[in-house]
Write a protein that binds this ligand. Structure first.
Ligand code: C2O
Ligand code: CU
Length: 457
């Protein structure tokens, strides 16, 4: 049969009204694989890393609010993996938690992720299988969801701040197995990078306005950050806008936490502004901003709050369901024992199973959820840190607010830092059905037993 021009036109028109067809044929691939990258200090050779598309960080995923994201995850690593889209209020099947929402993607296999992003803000992605090893090797990447009307800034920079443990010859220390780190403060490193490279300089102009998206992608380090020659506001935490921007020149970022800052360069021409971290009295530069020239005559006016995301407001806190989460264990914690798979074990037996921590007397992911919520219910969880270490508790699938003793509600977050012996209560609306992990984001603590889950039906 001869294909007439008329037939040909008819065919192309048919293809055009099937918008999913072409995207289904050419999925965008996100490939986890090994690679070589210069992450170590100057003078050291490249290090063997694991990275998405072979690099640290993985590729930037940047989409408008409400967009659909599709990625075919291809696992070219020598061990099973998955992708978790940290902080996204997501369809539960796409949450990427091996052992809870999906099986590990075996080496050579693929998994199709497909979800929409309801909230604008700063997010990130990382594996959720053998996470403490896979993230220590470099698997993570940025996920930015743009506001429909972004605030006016001259530049918008993402800083993924990592803490590596390198050997004296600049390789990634491969002692990932259970160790004293697991029962102490986690894998604390000896070298810090920003976006997978040694801290570097970023020339700026006086009175230039920057948006800095700071992300703590380290395994377990809590970063104490401070700014010099840059003045401004925190406008969002863990992706969610603050109702009122808060002026700040320092902030603490626990593992997995994010902060969006809007900053004006107030250092004079010829001077240098900086973002630094403080560690036991010492100061390290994470970024230096030499001031060259002027962007305008004076500072811009204060930014307005970013538009709120469609997160439901908390219901009545008096009648909300309440549950306690008692965190126990670790070195100097005095835990006598806990349940594993429903059986009581002594602290010594727990250690032989590489478990050092327990939630409500259970070490490791329990068979039964911490609670089963009805869809739409407001839930209050009182977290009691009865250990000698700080912990960064992360709830999958929801953003919560801290409830102060006087009932005041803190900003929306997905990860909360609890100091040793601290008690904090959080509340959220369980509006998304599924099985949701709730764990310490100090990855060695999670590996050592600090995790539980919630069910929403
Ligand atoms: Cu960043 Cu369980 O996740
Ligand atoms: Cu912890």
């Amino acid at each position: 049969m001869q294909v007439s021009r008329r037939n040909f036109l008819a065919t192309t028109a048919a293809a055009a009204i099937l918008p999913n067809l072409s995207s289904a044929q050419t999925p965008t691939i996100l490939r986890a694989r090994t690679g070589m990258q210069h992450i170590a200090p100057e003078g050291f050779p490249d290090s063997a890393i694991w990275g998405y598309d072979g690099g640290v960080p993985g590729p930037l995923i940047r989409v408008p609010q409400g967009a659909r994201i599709t990625r075919q995850f291809v696992n070219d690593l020598p061990q099973g993996s998955s992708v978790h889209w940290h902080g996204i209020r997501i369809d539960n099947k796409m949450d990427g938690v091996v052992g809870l929402t999906q099986d590990a993607v075996a080496p050579g296999d693929t998994f199709d992720y497909d979800f929409t992003v309801p909230d604008a803000g700063t997010y990130w992605y990382h594996p959720h299988n053998r996470t403490s090893e896979q993230m220590a090797r470099g698997l993570y990447g940025p996920l930015i969801v743009e506001e429909a009307n972004p605030p006016e800034v001259d530049r918008d920079d993402i800083f993924l701040i990592d803490d590596w443990r390198l050997t004296p010859d600049g390789k990634i220390d491969e002692s990932f197995g259970p160790s004293t780190d697991w029962s102490h403060a986690g894998r604390i490193g000896n070298w810090v990078t920003v976006n997978g490279r040694a801290p570097t300089t970023h020339p700026v102009r006086q009175f230039e306005r920057l948006r800095l998206r700071l992300v703590n992608v380290s395994n377990s380090r809590i970063f104490d950050l401070a700014l010099d020659g840059l003045q401004g506001w925190i406008v969002a935490l863990d992706g969610q806008p603050l109702e009122v921007p808060v002026e700040a020149d320092r902030l603490t970022l626990a593992p997995a936490q994010r902060a969006d800052m809007i900053l004006d360069v107030t250092a004079a021409e010829g001077e240098e502004a900086a973002l630094v971290m403080q560690d036991r009295g010492a100061i390290f530069f994470l970024a230096q901003f030499p001031v060259e020239g002027q962007a305008r005559e004076a500072r811009m006016s204060a930014p307005k709050a970013l538009p709120a995301n469609p997160v439901p407001a908390l219901g009545d806190l008096e009648t909300a369901r309440r549950v306690d989460l008692l965190m126990e264990g670790g070195a100097m914690g005095g835990m006598r024992g806990a349940l594993i798979d429903g059986e009581m074990k002594t602290a010594g037996e727990l250690m032989n199973n590489n478990l050092f921590w327990a939630f409500n007397g259970v070490a490791g992911l329990p068979e039964k959820p911490l609670l089963t919520a009805k869809r739409g219910e407001t839930i209050r969880i009182k977290i009691i840190n009865d250990t000698s270490f700080p912990h960064a508790m992360h709830l999958h699938g929801f953003h919560f607010r801290k409830i102060e003793e006087d009932g005041a509600q803190g900003p929306l977050r997905d990860t909360i830092l609890l100091q040793r012996d601290e008690v904090a209560e959080i509340a959220f609306v369980a509006d998304n059905p599924g099985d949701w992990l709730f764990h310490c984001h100090m990855l060695e603590h999670a590996a050592g037993g600090m995790l539980t889950w919630l069910k929403v039906v």
